[in-house]
Design a protein around this ligand. Structure first.
Ligand SMILES: [Fe+2]
Length: 378
């Protein structure tokens, strides 16, 4: 039994058509909060678009302080600023990568609820899922500028709590963006590091959706289609950053992977990734992908059709060879390459068990097994 749900109006469009789509989605005059970094806005030439939005009758407020891996403090800072300006948005447009879209989701869920938005109030609201009851989330529109996160088609946002060394999730049924315009042209020329880390995030979403306990026939087909696209297109995009066909395939692969794991959630690899990102700042996509091979090998014992996933790497002579060939010269895929030491493995292991992720793995690993996986990837 499965009931696929994706209420997001997703369109893959060329830049001008994407801007026109956003203007069409925003029919009523809105108090529109636009989240995008000034660098991104300049690179994508968005100034004229913002003028158009104002011309359409929207009150546009730009917010450009988009941190990587947004924290409860970052969310509180943005909410406090909105409050100081007496600007409660009626719509949010997030133009950026996963961190930007997740920040947008958090603000969409929390802004109507928090009259005094301190870090602690944000933390407590996320923990208590206060936003889930009200049904007052502000409509969010997403224009992803990387191809990996899948956040444009999921109902949750990752918000970090470094003080308490944990990852929180803003997660509720109304958490989906209202609509998303995906623009492959915006990913042309992306540097190799970001192309690789985001592409590996999409690959991890797809592979983990394939073997998740919560897998279903539809999520598995979506996952296989996504893996096929990433496996072929990621090496091409790394060699030829301006190859539009490869960028289109990565964008589609990322959306498909997002759709797959929006139904299943992720598993052991993402669960182990969180302390790597929190304690060592390992970029999210690398952190998730570092353990993919080790986890796939172990999970094969519990997933009878794993050969269908493994076969997608046959042309490259297997997953490990594909990973090595694809990442060579860009990022060494070992924990030590990110500064992780043997001495840190026990604390990483201790923080690697996220409920709903590790127990969504077809083999629920023990601490010893997680230590073994981390050690073989050191
Ligand atoms: Fe991810």
């Amino acid at each position: 039994m499965f009931s696929p749900v994706c209420p997001v109006d997703v369109r893959v469009l060329a830049p001008e058509a994407a801007k026109a789509a956003v203007r069409g989605w925003l029919q009523e005059p809105a108090r529109l909060l636009v989240l995008t970094s000034p660098r991104r806005s300049a690179a994508l030439n968005l100034a004229a678009f913002f003028v158009q939005l104002q011309g359409d009758g929207h009150a546009v407020q730009l917010y450009g302080d988009i941190p990587p891996n947004p924290s409860v403090t970052d969310v509180a800072a943005l909410l406090t600023r909105l409050q100081a300006q007496a600007f409660l948005p009626t719509a949010i447009l997030a133009i950026g990568g996963g961190s930007c879209i997740d920040l947008g989701k958090a603000v969409a869920a929390l802004a109507p609820l928090l009259p005094a938005p301190s870090t602690d109030a944000v933390r407590r609201a996320i923990e208590s899922k206060a936003f889930a009851q009200g049904g007052q989330a502000i409509p969010l529109f997403a224009m992803p500028t990387t191809s990996g996160t899948g956040s444009e088609v999921t109902r949750w946002a990752t918000i970090w709590d470094p003080e308490q060394r944990r990852k929180l999730s803003v997660d509720h049924a109304d958490g989906f963006p209202k609509a998303a315009a995906v623009v492959p042209e915006w990913t042309l020329g992306m540097d190799a590091g970001l192309t690789l880390s985001t592409g590996l995030d999409a690959l991890s979403h797809a592979m983990e959706a394939f073997w998740a306990v919560a897998r279903n026939p539809l999520s598995q087909e979506l996952a296989l289609a996504a893996v096929r696209k990433v496996v072929h297109a990621l090496p091409v995009a790394l060699r030829e950053p301006n190859d539009l066909a490869a960028r289109q395939a990565l964008c589609l692969g990322s959306v498909m992977a997002g759709l797959a794991f929006s139904q299943t959630r992720t598993t052991a690899c993402h669960s182990m990734s969180y302390p790597l990102t929190m304690l060592r700042g390992v970029p999210h996509g690398y952190a998730a992908a570092l353990t993919l091979g080790s986890v796939m090998r172990r999970n094969a014992k519990a997933v009878p059709d794993m050969h269908r996933l493994e076969a997608l790497f046959d042309d490259a002579e297997g997953f490990d060879a594909w990973m090595e060939d694809t990442t060579r010269g860009v990022q060494e895929m070992r924990l030590s390459a990110f500064g992780v030491t043997q001495a840190e493995l026990p604390i990483i292991c201790q923080l690697a068990f996220t409920a709903g992720r590790m127990d969504n793995n077809p083999i629920v690993f023990t601490e010893d097994e997680v230590m073994a996986i981390l050690t073989e990837n050191l």
